[in-house]
Design a protein around this ligand. Structure first.
Ligand code: PHE
Length: 348
């Protein structure tokens, strides 16, 4: 093909060039305009053209090169416009500039919710009450005699009625959530089936094993014909759900003013499976809660006829259950808010 025809045919090709993206465009540039490109090759051929044709062909060749360069520049602009249109669509101007750092749920909240969830499956609902309470609801109605040493035993924080004036007072920070049970029993008629989760306070020096506040979940069931066997079944069900189907329980006689008979419950050590290890001090058992049949005096003081109704109650420390489940041995970790500790519960 004569040089002129080749130039004409390339000119039509160049005019109809199209590219969908930057890679395709670069391929076109290489095809036509790079050192080994088709247009560059024509310039080499041009050197051999007879002198009388040089003027005409030279003009044509220059036109071809300019058109190719112009077309490639146009396509480049088109492609970058398309891309910014796409990124504009993705932009949400109402978003905050930085990704929002999500927090994690506190291990005690996780465990409290799990306890509540397990008992809710057998009909328990949640009741809450005040943390600043009166003596009547925390002790008096729960069968503690007026001078009962348990008030000291539980190391109660009393609240001064008048700021700065030390006076004997019956306002205190609740030392157990049994106070919520007395409130529920005085305001509702049986059948009653409630869980009382919440924070409690005791005047103890802060160490790895004791704190001046901690968390409890207590439970109460009052109805006709509620028996100790019902209590045992409910606690066995809870222990298996919480610590695994192989978990065994054992009830040891104990004493609480508000329950009779009373017991403390152990579960088979969930580390060694009951064989005995350093965690359970070789016994195979670990204590997790207190429980018993609601003392008839308590039912009566709350206006419930103890000849018609009976009930069971239990109470456990959320920190204790969390320690067993997640091996958090130092109680202080729960309230120090160290994110390195808290982040370990991200996937729980
Ligand atoms: N209130 C008791 C405590 O704080 C726990 C408990 C609740 C025991 C109900 C028996 C029955 O230690």
């Amino acid at each position: 093909m004569a040089l002129k025809d080749t130039i004409q045919s390339l000119l039509t090709q160049v005019q109809s060039m199209s590219a969908a993206n930057a890679e395709e465009l670069e391929a076109l540039r290489i095809k036509y305009l790079s050192k080994k490109g088709e247009i560059t090759a024509l310039f080499n051929e041009f050197r051999l053209v007879p002198a009388d044709q040089k003027r005409e062909l030279g003009q044509l060749l220059n036109q071809l090169r300019q058109e190719a360069e112009a077309r490639i520049n146009d396509l480049k602009e088109q492609i970058s416009n398309q891309q910014s249109a796409i990124s504009n669509v993705r932009q949400d101007l109402t978003r905050t500039p930085d990704p929002i750092a999500l927090g994690t749920r506190h291990p005690l909240s996780l465990v409290r919710e799990e306890i509540v969830d397990i008992f809710s499956r057998i009909g328990f609902t949640v009741a809450e009450g005040p943390e600043v309470e009166d003596d009547k609801h925390v002790y008096g109605m729960l069968n503690f005699a007026p001078e009962h040493p348990a008030r000291d035993m539980q190391d109660t924080f009393f609240v001064e009625k008048e700021m700065g004036v030390q006076k004997p007072t019956d306002i205190l920070l609740r030392s157990h959530t049994s106070s919520v049970q007395t409130r529920v029993m005085t305001s509702q008629k049986p059948p009653i089936r409630v869980l009382c989760p919440g924070r409690v306070y005791r005047n103890e020096a802060i160490s790895a094993r004791a704190h001046c506040f901690f968390h409890q979940v207590e439970g109460l069931y009052v109805d006709k014909n509620v028996s100790f066997a019902d209590l045992r079944e409910a606690l066995l069900y809870f222990s298996k759900e919480m610590f695994g189907a192989d978990t065994k329980i054992r009830l040891r006689p104990s004493y609480f003013p508000f329950t009779e008979p009373s017991a403390e419950m152990d579960i088979s050590c969930n580390i060694c499976g009951g064989k005995g290890c350093s965690f359970c001090k070789g016994t195979g058992w670990v204590e997790i809660l207190g429980c018993g049949m609601v003392d008839p005096n308590v039912l009566e003081s709350c206006g419930i006829d103890s000849k018609v109704y009976s009930g069971y109650a239990f109470g456990m420390g959320v920190e204790r259950i969390t320690n067993l489940k997640y091996r958090v041995k130092d109680l202080r970790l729960f309230s120090e808010n160290d994110v390195r500790f808290l982040r370990q519960f991200e996937s729980c």
